[in-house]
Design a protein. Structure first.
Length: 335
């Protein structure tokens, strides 16, 4: 029987379990998802966002989601997730948890007047510090640990001292931690292929990747297929393009094909966008970045959808040149 790439368990899970919950949008008061001002409580206190995160985790688990994604730079997301896991030990035993290191959250729980919301550094010092921080919160609930937002110029691809530390983490007896990377930018494919070539003592270093793929930015697909063929866990992030493919925002000519399919099928735009990601043969998991329980429920209806080849061909017309897509993303406001 085939096994699940994230857990090694038999891959006879219900379709909903191919979807995970990402916590970037609710672990900190500021993020770049369009329309977020109306999604979160007016008072974005730590307590309010902890409650929102826990409500989403409750709903996700009840629906059948078994993969959670967090990161050191997502404000207090790891803390919120860890608290929920501690309060739900039976659920925690079923969950696969992925986190990321390499960005430090620097916004001080502010949304405006911030020089930088996060600072990127892929050094051994940051790895050592952030792994300790992650372990202190998540304890044994760390199954996948990714270098956050790797680009072709990142030392994470070439630093042999860092590689040795990552290999040690992957080799810890009984820990079962998959070491990998997340990618961003127009050269995601180059990053993934460079990571595929990275070895320590003749063995592949990385075995997981979390990459941006959506109907507007599908350029990483061939490299993700290579990663899947190599046995990597492949997780799709930003399947809704930071809200650009949500119904409230997908109103222009650039998303006409998506709206036409939604009109014909009666399916919500967000679910169709995520179903298109899940239809890629190399995609093991697709993340929802929902900020409300209603958004999560709508996102997860993707598991009931099966876009056919004609549907996918029509949706492929939404693709933008990768540099254009990433310029647009970089201009999205933190709110």
């Amino acid at each position: 029987m085939p096994t699940d790439p994230a857990t090694g368990a038999a891959a006879d899970r219900p379709p909903i379990a191919r979807y995970g919950l990402g916590t970037a949008a609710v672990g900190r008061p500021g993020y770049i998802t369009l329309g977020r001002d109306g999604d979160l409580p007016a008072e974005r206190t730590v307590e309010a966002l902890r409650d929102r995160t826990h409500a989403l985790l409750d709903a996700a688990y009840t629906a059948g989601v078994r993969y959670l994604d967090t990161a050191r730079s997502y404000g207090r997301s790891e803390e919120f997730v860890a608290q929920w896991l501690a309060e739900h030990p039976a659920a925690a035993a079923e969950m696969t948890v992925g986190s990321k290191w390499g960005y430090t959250y620097t916004a001080g729980w502010q949304t405006t007047g911030v020089a930088a919301h996060e600072v990127k550094e892929h050094s051994t010092a940051v790895f050592d510090r952030q792994l300790h921080e992650t372990r202190s919160l998540l304890g044994p609930h760390l199954d996948v640990y990714l270098v956050h937002s790797v680009t072709p110029d990142s030392p994470a691809l070439t630093d042999t001292a860092l590689h040795a530390r990552l290999a040690d983490l992957a080799d810890l007896a009984g820990q079962g931690v998959r070491v990998g990377l997340s990618t961003s930018g127009p050269a995601q494919a180059d990053t993934i292929r460079a990571a595929l070539a990275a070895t320590v003592d003749g063995r592949p270093l990385f075995t997981a990747v979390q990459a941006t793929w959506n109907l507007l930015e599908p350029s990483a697909a061939p490299a993700l297929a290579d990663a899947h063929a190599a046995g990597w866990l492949v997780v799709v992030k930003e399947g809704m393009a930071n809200g650009r493919l949500a119904g409230r925002n997908a109103t222009g000519d650039d998303t006409a094909a998506l709206r036409a399919l939604a009109a014909r099928t009666g399916a919500p735009l967000d679910a169709l966008a995520l179903a298109a990601a899940a239809a890629q043969p190399w995609a093991d998991l697709v993340l929802s970045g929902a900020a409300t329980v209603d958004q999560l429920a709508s996102n997860l209806t993707a598991a009931t959808l099966r876009p056919d080849p004609d549907d996918l061909a029509a949706l492929a017309t939404l693709a933008e040149p990768a540099p254009e897509y990433w310029r647009t993303r970089a201009a999205l406001p933190w709110s």
